[in-house]
Design a protein around this ligand. Structure first.
Ligand code: EPZ
Length: 431
């Protein structure tokens, strides 16, 4: 990992010249959850279509630190197999570097009857408490103690299924609870569950290996606990990353002559497609692709109101890239970030480039457009705002340096190689 790497970008100055196709990789927010699978299986499990991003490297290191063997059997497939006795402790320094490490706690606790973990880190987009997780596992019979810098959950007799209502439809709380309940005794019901499509993909695969999960993707998920699962040689094929698809579509709406995003599931990015269409962007939508071309000369897109919401609403992870789009649309657009209280700070960097974004409070901002952007040196603050800065650098006039390439690499594989193929002038530099 090196925070000293940056992306150097030569902006297009508003010209729409990008062309070609870009295929979408396996979803970060499905594959990281699937790294918890091996604890639920008798003898290992395989993942396919794994993106090579920093977070999959970190999760690999965490699992290896717990005694779970991880083998890359090809560029995009991983095989997991316990190397001996498994440890219930998530390695402190590693687990603190990504929020996703918390998805391990359910499966580890239900398999080993104990799990020791630090407060998870990851993107600084709010204080990101874990009360919902601790409360849920207490309902399933676990006791909590804090030992040094570790939270320790113990369930000596294993987890006992129970009804759990989630105060907030937390994505990773839903997922780790659903997966942990697979080995609990009896029935667990998760009420007010998150509805993300990745949760459905996880449940479908686990069910194909012997789990009994009903209602994934609906507000109520019911899990009949049972024995360790057996993959029978089947592999989990990581579904396409709707956040990559949405990010590239927004880039296309801003700077494409003719760009097609392939290997995606368009309905998973309906909110972005609808928002861009209501701004006047002409899009062609196929069964596994979306195509965007430049509009007639002189066309000015209309501003649209963006309110982030749990799935299937507008994804909070596409709020920052969408705000870059809004800086190039006409009029005042309200942006209401309802999920996280610290996810609008990056707008300051866009204002440095020439945008006109006013923050009213930690959840609300208005974007006044269109404003031409000038290339600047910016610090990427997290994965999605880092990608938003890359997009801003691409449409700006002049050169930009976007620091903390590591953050973008956490969510997007080989971003400079893939965007370079479309005609973006972007290179990775070590400072
Ligand atoms: C997942 O994070 C994603 N990460 C995030 O993507 C995404 O932004 C988020 O879901 C919302 O869609 C992964 O899947 C690895 P939450 P998660 O728990 O599960 C509050 C990216 O860029 N909350 O659904 O951590 C929380 O503070 C990342 O890929 C509690 O109050 O999000 C937030 O306000 C960024 N207590 C709200 O719930 C808890 O115990 C939603 O958070 C848990 C959450």
């Amino acid at each position: 990992m090196s925070h000293t790497e940056s992306f150097k970008i030569k902006g297009l100055g508003g010209k729409r010249t990008l062309e070609g196709t870009i295929s979408v990789n396996g979803a970060k927010n499905a594959v990281l959850q699937a790294f918890a699978f091996p604890f639920l299986f008798k003898s290992g499990v395989t993942l396919e279509n794994v993106p090579h991003i920093e977070d999959t490297d970190r999760m690999t290191e965490i699992l290896e630190g717990m005694g779970m063997g991880v083998q890359k059997t090809s560029a995009k497939s991983f095989e997991f197999k316990a190397k001996g006795t498994l440890s219930p402790e998530l390695p402190y320094e590693l687990a603190r570097r990504l929020r996703a490490s918390i998805v391990l706690i359910g499966p580890v606790l239900s398999r080993l009857h104990e799990v020791r973990f630090p407060h998870p880190g990851g993107c600084v987009i709010g204080n990101r408490p874990i009360d919902i997780f601790l409360d849920a596992f207490a309902k399933l019979g676990a006791t909590l103690s804090e030992e040094g810098d570790y939270y320790v959950l113990r369930a000596p007799q294993g987890l006992i299924g129970a009804p759990v209502y989630l105060r907030v439809p937390s994505v990773t709380a839903t997922q780790t609870l659903m997966m942990g309940a697979v080995l609990a005794k009896g029935t667990t019901t998760i009420k007010n569950a998150a509805l993300e499509p990745e949760t459905i993909a996880l449940a479908d695969f686990l069910n194909s290996c012997g789990a009994k999960i009903k209602g994934a993707g609906t507000p109520t998920i019911t899990i009949e606990g049972g024995d360790l699962l057996d993959s029978g040689g089947k592999a989990f094929n990581v579904p396409p990353d709707r956040l990559e698809a949405g990010s590239f579509l927004i880039l296309g709406a801003l700077a494409a002559k003719d760009l097609t995003i392939t290997g995606c599931i368009p309905e998973h990015i309906d909110p972005v497609i609808e928002a861009l269409r209501s701004a006047g962007v002409p899009l062609e939508v196929g069964d596994s692709w979306v195509r965007v071309k430049s509009p007639a000369e002189g066309t000015l897109y209309r501003g649209v109101e963006i309110k982030t919401h749990e799935y299937p609403g507008f994804p909070t992870d596409l709020q920052a890239p969408m705000v870059v789009f809004l800086t190039q649309t006409e009029g005042e657009s309200l942006v209401f970030e309802t999920i996280f209280e610290g996810r609008l700070g990056y707008t300051e960097g866009l204002n440095k480039m020439g945008a006109s974004i006013k923050m009213w409070d930690s959840h609300r901002a208005t974007v006044h457009g269109p404003t031409p952007l000038k290339g600047k040196e910016l610090e990427g603050p997290d994965i999605r705002a880092g990608l938003a800065y890359v997009i801003a650098g691409i449409i700006a006039t002049g050169e930009s340096t976007i620091r903390n390439a590591y953050y973008v690499d956490r969510g997007y594989e080989d971003i400079e190689g893939r965007l370079g193929k479309l005609g973006v002038s972007i290179e990775r530099v070590t400072e």
